[in-house]
Design a protein around this ligand. Sequence first.
Ligand code: ADP
Ligand code: MG
Length: 318
Amino acid sequence: MGEFELIDRFFRRPVRRAALGVGDDCALLNIRPGMQLAVSTDLLVEGRHFLSTVDPARLGHKALAVNLSDLAACGAEPLAFTLSLSMPRPDERFLAPFAQGLLALADRHGIELVGGDTTAGPLTLGITVMGEVPPGQALRRSGARAGDVLWVSGFPGEARLALEVFRSTLSLSEDDFHAARRAMELPEPRVALGLALRGLATAAIDVSDGLLGDLGHVLRASGVGATLRLADFPRRPLLARQPVAVQRMALLTGGDDYELLFTAPEAAGPAVQAAAAQAGVPVQAIGRITATPGLQALDEAGAPLDLAGWAAFDHFKS
Ligand code: ADP
Ligand code: MG
């Protein structure tokens, strides 16, 4: 199977929204007049971001999900995406389920694959997503203000449990491992929540590298600090059953969560809850933004927790 046959078989579908899709030198997108184009790229490398043993359908899902999560964090409405694919050889048993997982998530969000590039090489997946947002309404990292409440969606920390099992540093029951592995491999991008938070959240980011590190980006961009209350972090039984040290590690530095971490004025609390209900995603207030820079945390009993040593994930540091 050659490069062009591969593209035709697995990635070329009739266009619906775009003016021109796969097959020409450029794709042409229709965007509504007056809207801003939101663009984001993520690269997934075998051995770095995923294991060679991952189910290809789940990998297809995740490759697009992590990109859609960035659009969600900006409050942008997804339009289209491109796929850059490097693989050692055209492996049908990989490509068929990979394309199925990828395009099933795309269909659920009403977006289409409009182009890409395909080459031989180590298994690497690059996706660029494009979305629309009204000018001035994108959620940014820089808008958090002292007194704002800090919120998180869903159940951060669960994905990390699966990674620890793969690293043989944690053992889970078969059911718990299955659930943790789903969290790691099938994250659900919070697109509807991001849209519902437009005009409501003062700042937002998606949690990909661990909550502390990603919160740090918001605090630096906004020139503020924060106090976290560990007692208020959402924990389902899967996480709550683990030793407290494991829970804290997973919640604070977990990574691969793809939940939204966002701030809103205290008075907007009911509106935030209404937005979350409309989006069908649980949200939880986990702390507060402070004028004093820096990050403080209170443990489950309300006592100060020393955060020194809780490093966030950095590809060039670890
Ligand atoms: P060019 O040489 O003009 O860059 P290519 O030969 O690389 O074009 O690709 C041919 C067409 O197939 C282009 O429209 C490109 O966007 C599309 N394409 C290539 N690889 C992929 C892929 N993995 N997924 C979707 N579309 C792809
Ligand atoms: Mg090309």
